[in-house]
Write a protein that binds this ligand. Structure first.
Ligand code: FES
Length: 567
């Protein structure tokens, strides 16, 4: 197959003319014939004024270009959709698949022998990997990297665990409006991704564990010179990939996914990552088995002491030896023969891991933060397709709990009435929110972190059992059950719960049950009608999304994007 500029010619009915025209136009940029004869490394550039998590992307792209040219390739940066969590309406998840399609089609449409994916904010790396997996062109990831920590009154602050914690303090009246405004300027002190073990950090750690970026790629701070050096080295590695591969499917193997899921448990990572990696695997025809994931969780302890479940931040994980050092601790549970984009096997990367005397961020396997994994998969009559609980961020006393259901029909109703004292929510109630799944909201918002009613927060209530078919930010904490599947808008059992019902959570037994008789549930089901479609459902991307999006158990991908055997 033709490479470089000859790859994927535009169809004019005359291939010679197609190449002539392409060359003629690109010469407008001043390229020599020598340059145009080199292997081409595309660089998916996600810089955007709307995306501070990618604020360093311009410098990274320059460093990648330098690395490509040092290795004799021709770098060609191109823009794709960029998504920032707080600048995406209705949700970033609604747009993830659009970004995946954009990335896939731009890789396929434009001539490139390898591609470097520059991403970082929560949905971007998953979207890029979904696209790259489907496009099949050799790919390497350069994460934008985590922010440095913020400081306030002598305390270290992390976006966005402390955003939520301090907002909760403000809601409860323990922080003044003046102080919360000062804090607003200190929570995100540099460019880069959230520096706690939220979704962006979780995904980056899993990407490194899967061998899709160079060692250090997940943890090196966004603003460190070492990240620019890593970008340059990634550009050089991309030229090697352009010549001989491997293709993404040769790195993203079932063993690599399993390795990534071990790491997800060991870092006490974000629940969102399971959805994203299910979607990436689905592009390659690899099923992610929830029961297997739960089994992994039971044997893998949480070893990394990072917020929101621990104390430290991503820069501390980096200085403690980063993912290679963590992989050394986990080595007996990993397939260390797995290949990586840099050419080394996981075993070779582990052998080069740095030992940092006295570090307490990565615990020894024998002295974990928590045994039994960070994430638990629940089943039961409320979640026959599964639900997720982040045990590492939950209150231990609530992991086994029975309470009265208090139901909110939607995110909007919850927001409007959660603080309404006439609802008389009690601390031992189970707060239920529905119509917040992939189709229901739509876009499966990170609304699962249902706030504690203000009047209870003021009494000192810090946690309650809350459940929904929504997602939750990886930076949040609490006894929160998420991703109830099938979602309520698709007729899942969550749609049948009524205020006053009893609900039992038993995390140890991995059960979530609605304590209502089967015949009563059957009667409620017979009377159920689906919620009306959201505004805009009749056309455009919203229509494509609503017609095609799958449930959390399929990674919320579009049905037509999955590998054929997964549909
Ligand atoms: Fe971008 Fe947190 S908002 S990583």
């Amino acid at each position: 197959m033709a490479g470089g500029l000859r790859k994927g010619l535009t169809s004019y009915g005359d291939t010679g003319f197609s190449l002539f025209l392409r060359t003629a136009f690109i010469k407008a940029m001043g390229f020599s014939d020598d340059a145009l004869d080199r292997p081409i490394v595309g660089i998916a550039d996600t810089a955007s004024d709307y995306n501070p998590c990618h604020g360093n992307a311009p410098e990274l792209v320059e460093a990648i270009k330098r690395g490509v040219m040092l290795a004799g390739g021709l770098p060609m940066a191109f823009p794709t959709i960029s998504i920032h969590e707080s600048f995406a309406h209705p949700t970033s998840m609604f747009l993830r698949n659009l970004m995946a399609m954009d990335t896939e089609e731009m890789i396929r449409a434009q001539p490139m022998d390898a591609v470097v994916l520059v991403g970082g904010c929560d949905k971007t790396l998953p979207a890029q990997l979904m696209g790259a997996a489907s496009a099949g062109v050799p790919a390497i990831v350069v994460p934008t990297g985590p922010m440095l920590v913020g400081h306030h009154k002598g305390e270290e602050l992390g976006a966005c665990t402390d955003c939520r914690r301090l907002w909760g303090e403000f809601r409860a009246g323990r922080i003044s409006e003046a102080e919360i405004n000062v804090i607003k300027g200190r929570l995100a002190p540099t460019k880069g991704t959230c520096m706690v073990m939220g979704t962006a950090s979780t995904v980056a750690c899993m990407v490194e564990a899967m061998g899709m970026c160079l060692p250090g790629g997940a943890t090196c701070p966004a603003m460190h010179s070492a990240r620019l050096a890593l970008a340059e080295a990634s550009g050089t590695a991309a030229v090697r990939l352009a010549g001989a591969g491997p293709a993404p499917a040769e790195i993203l193997t079932p063993a690599a996914f399993r390795n990534a899921l071990v790491v997800l448990q060991a870092i006490g990572g974000s629940t969102n990552a399971l959805i994203h990696f299910t979607a990436i695997a689905g592009r390659l025809g690899i099923p992610v088995d929830l029961e297997e994931f739960d089994r992994i969780g039971r044997s893998v302890p949480v070893l990394v002491d990072l917020k929101p479940s621990g104390r430290h931040y991503m820069e501390h994980l980096h200085h403690a030896g980063g993912i290679p050092r963590l992989l050394r601790e986990l080595a007996p549970l990993l397939d260390t023969t797995a290949r990586t984009v840099g050419g080394a096997t996981l075993a070779e990367i582990i052998a080069g891991a740095e030992e940092v005397p006295g570090q307490d961020v990565i615990r020894p396997f024998a002295a974990p933060i928590m045994t039994g994994g960070g994430l638990a998969v629940l089943r039961g009559n409320l979640a026959p397709g599964g639900a997720l609980l982040k045990r590492a961020a939950a209150t231990p006393a609530l992991l086994r709990h029975e309470g009265r259901a208090v139901v909110f029909e939607s995110v909007d109703e919850m927001v409007a009435t959660i603080d309404d004292e006439s609802r008389a929510i009690r601390p031992d109630d189970v707060i239920v929110m529905r119509n917040a799944g992939p189709k229901g909201a739509p876009g499966m918002p990170e609304a699962g972190y249902i706030p504690i009613p203000r009047y209870l927060a003021r009494q000192g209530v810090k946690d309650m059992v809350r459940l929904s078919d929504a997602r939750m930010s990886g930076t949040a904490f609490g006894t929160i059950v998420l991703h109830l599947t099938p979602e309520s808008a698709a007729g899942g059992p969550l749609a049948l719960v009524r205020t006053g019902d009893r609900i039992r959570l038993d995390a140890e037994a991995r059960r979530l049950d609605l304590l209502v008789a089967d015949d009563e549930l059957a009667a409620r089901r017979a009377a159920w009608t689906p919620p009306p479609p959201p505004p805009g459902a009749e056309r455009g991307y919203m229509k494509l999304y609503l017609d095609s999006v799958l449930g959390a158990e399929k990674g919320c991908d579009f049905d037509f994007c999955l590998a054929p055997e997964m549909r």
